[in-house]
Design a protein around this ligand. Structure first.
Ligand SMILES: [Ca+2]
Ligand SMILES: [Ca+2]
Length: 298
């Protein structure tokens, strides 16, 4: 502790001086404590909210991938597509007409082995959708084609749109034989995405007069690909092995990140920095109270 010697030997002067030093140290300790609290609070918050460090963000996103393990929801029914080779089967009680097939064939692999075309045959009609534009590893635009007895019956494009330019898809635009747009609808927990059923009907999709009655709104599960704990993208695991199918393009994000995206490594570095800062302030406090003067008196 700092000692101030009063040359006159006045005891009251010395007492006032010591009191002033004591008050100054108290003020400094309070400031250090507050600074430490401010720095440690986010650390505690980060620890409390961080995912397990042993898991990478992508591993976290392995959950809720669309397929037999995480099927779509349709009222009280579930629709879990399965895959065998290049054929996807979509078991649905609404695919019950004599000419309606629930098998979609994948074809037209790109140089990375990813299938670009999905097609199905319905009686004399052949319908196909082909990815024509890939942005950030996810499809952004498609062409569609329907033939009838081999002749073109309808064609056009489908574009995933980002109206507010935040990097997150918020709608689907159809041009050509089918013209119109869809917005996106989400379950309250953002674990499922759909489109408003009225908009689907307005596009010409018959959701009422199927052989199995009206089709309820269909909700597709969203995987959490950025590790923020919120579903954000449709990712296919059609063979149900717990891994994203590498030959099927993952969907683009359709949900704004809940927090600024930060990988596990960046999160660890941030927490280490905060911890070091907190430790530094605490050690400053300890050294200040163990005899090293934090301030000097004239
Ligand atoms: Ca957007
Ligand atoms: Ca997410």
């Amino acid at each position: 502790m700092a000692r101030t010697v009063d040359p006159s030997g006045d005891a009251s002067y010395t007492a006032v001086t010591v009191e002033l030093q004591s008050a100054t140290r108290r003020g400094l300790r309070v400031r250090q404590f507050l600074l430490t609290a401010v720095l440690v609070t986010p650390l505690i918050f980060a620890i409390a909210t961080a995912p397990p460090f042993s898991a990478e963000a992508r591993a976290q996103g392995a959950s809720r991938m669309f397929g037999p393990n995480f099927p779509a929801l349709a009222g009280s029914d579930t629709i879990g597509p399965t895959r065998s080779g290049n054929s996807i089967t979509i078991p649905s009680r609404w695919a019950c007409g004599s000419t309606v097939t629930n098998v979609i064939d994948l074809s037209n692999q790109d140089s990375s082995g990813r299938f670009l075309t999905a097609a199905r045959t319905n009686g004399v009609h052949r319908q196909s959708v082909t990815t024509t534009s890939i942005v950030n590893g996810s499809p952004q635009q498609f062409s569609y084609l329907e033939t009838k007895n081999g002749a073109t019956n309808g064609t056009g494009t489908i574009t995933l749109t980002d109206a507010n330019s935040d990097g997150v898809v918020d709608g689907v635009l159809f041009t050509g034989a089918v013209s119109g747009s869809l917005s996106l609808a989400f379950s309250s927990d953002h674990n499922y995405v759909s489109a408003p059923w009225a908009e689907v009907s307005a596009l010409g999709v018959d959701t009422t007069a199927t052989c199995a009655g009206a089709v309820p709104q269909i909700w597709i599960p969203l995987a959490d690909t950025n590790g923020d704990g919120v579903g954000d993208s449709i990712v296919m695991d059609l063979d149900g092995n717990g891994q994203a199918d590498p030959d099927v393009l993952p969907g683009p994000p359709v949900v704004v990140p809940a927090v600024p995206t930060m990988g596990p490594v960046a999160r660890l570095i941030l927490m280490a920095l905060i911890s070091l800062a907190g430790w530094w302030f605490l050690s400053r406090r300890r050294s200040g109270s163990s005899g090293t003067p934090a301030v000097s008196h004239p």
